[in-house]
Design a protein around this ligand. Sequence first.
Ligand code: FMN
Length: 664
Amino acid sequence: MLYSPMKLKGLELKNRWVMLAMHNGYTTDNIISEREIAFYEARAKGGAAAITVVMGVNTTGALKGMLNAETMQDWSGMERLAQILHQYDCKLFVQLFHCGRNERARDRDNRPVLAPSAVASSIFKNMPKEMTEQDMKDTLQAYEEAAKKCKACGADVIEVNISAGYLLSQFLSPIDNLRQDNYGGNLENRMRFPLEVLERVRFVLTEDFPISVKLSGAQMIAGGYSIEDMKLFSKEMGKRKLADVIAVTGGWHESPVEQISYHVPKGGYGFFAEAIKSAVSLPIIACNRISDGETAEEMLEKGICDLVGSARGFLCDAEFADRIQKNVPFNVCQACNKCVQRVLKGEELACAYNPEAGNEHIENSHRKIATKKKVLVVGGGPGGMMAAKKAADRGFQTTLCTKENKLGGQLNLAMLPPGKRDISKFIEYMEYELRMAGVKLLFNTEVDADFIMEFDPYFVVVATGSIPHKPDIPGIDGKNVYLAKEVFEGDNELFARLRKGKTVIIGGGSLGLEIAGFLVEQTTFSNEVERFAKNALEGTKSGKMERIDLHILEQSPFLGTELGSMSRPVLNELDKNDVKMTTEVSVQGIYSNCVLVERNGKLMEIPADHVIIAMGSVPADTNFVVKLQDERISYALIGDAEMVGDAMMAIYSAYELFLRMYIA
Ligand SMILES: Cc1cc2nc3c(=O)[nH]c(=O)nc-3n(C[C@H](O)[C@H](O)[C@H](O)COP(=O)(O)O)c2cc1C
């Protein structure tokens, strides 16, 4: 079903994949840039039936770096974009967007912040001004003008954003819309302004032109609007012929429940799409975490939706739709949320696992020239794999050596914590890409200066990664002390040992939290039957099985700072599993039954039968490069070998090395 066509009014969509809206921050001078056009063209070429481009309706509504219909003087780029997408039989959805109160104050450049009421967002904080009657009239006019201009430039569908906490969804909210006039109070009043906007848009587009509405299934905040409210709202839109298709997403940015991170199961918000579908006879686009063919097909087959929307699936792999159809490995979105974290901070859109996203315009300027010059990549982790891919793309004869018997390096451990299994698919995808690009892969191969000199490369990429940091703490070499890596690689015997007694994790950064999550999963029984059977086998009394007793110690005041907004669900999960966490402690020594710490000037003993060291990493030994210098062999250190960071940093340091390297 996924690759069957579908009619949307008079418009034929070649398959069921709609690339959802993603603000990218790429716009400068308020025209659609060559960079944006190349970004979208790659995704049209890659099989999307439709692509959504976001357009601020006016200066107050546009985010920093967003196209702005009010001030855009030159629409020729938008016309060109529509023509280019049409060449690939891909339709152009333009989403009319007004952020309302949802932008950080520092990105607003004194532009007024408008909202139905003077209620600040818990994320963006800045206090908006309650919209006056005149503000509302101006906003209606802005939607009307924007719709007219977008239709004229060749858009096939106009989408109106009423989701995620942006202006029109704020009107729907009983907790954010406190107006005393006809636009606040009961649902009928709260729906009034969004419906007026849609009426103005319908008026200028006329009957036959498709309108899409992007809706949050519910606000998902205590006291906010519910799915029942959205069913009524959808019915009203249907009755008044104001929408031809509804894209149903999860809740708001502010919702305490995860919306799009890897903590949300694949297709996890399909139940909202299904509920709206049951209320109206309009086609429905399901959204959120639909990043693989199986989930998409299942949702269509079950009648949950008529179209499947994916934003990050297309971000992570421009050929997402085509590769799924051809059944070849693709770069699956890890839902790591680096993209959305960047955009919410006013930075440009980028994908942790696909550095080509947003750089297509530069990639397109490379000529494909093969050279006999040899590039040797030392290391098969994320940086090494990306370096080899790009070296081969540029035409170098590329060899990658790894001392391991498989690719992936530390990603093989990174995939172990809960929710991270898809990282294995990234490794599979990279291996496929490397083999397709003709990269020679040498496994179980230790590289030293002599090896390199004999290999006689034109250029060496040193991507040897990092090793665990083991600080000089008394007792750190004790029998009861393990490195996080050893635990990740551990067997059932080790997990059984850790389950007995108390385990302290030293280090509450991302590694410490992930090892804790991993241990909770490894040592907890997923269901009661399994637990009962285990108890019976071990001859223990039936009843509650002890959970693993974990205590995380962190030196700084905060836990998991590198995880950004992702730390919240991870910490919640650990909290639910009774994991203790203590910050601002300095470890003084490790003993057979405790860890001695200093906190607020006082010494304390934290009971510990086992201790896990999760104190980050340091670059692996790269002394052999000194000899490369003596021998006049050019090289670059990348990733952790240069400076310890996360997978994204390693991937980007490899990518940037080759991005602007033109060969002749
Ligand atoms: C970086 C980023 C920017 C986004 N910007 C918008 C936007 O401007 N308008 C909108 O309606 N949704 C926006 N979204 C939400 C997506 O359209 C989509 O609903 C959401 O990401 C869930 O789909 P996915 O799991 O396939 O990514 C954005 C999402 C991301 C990741």
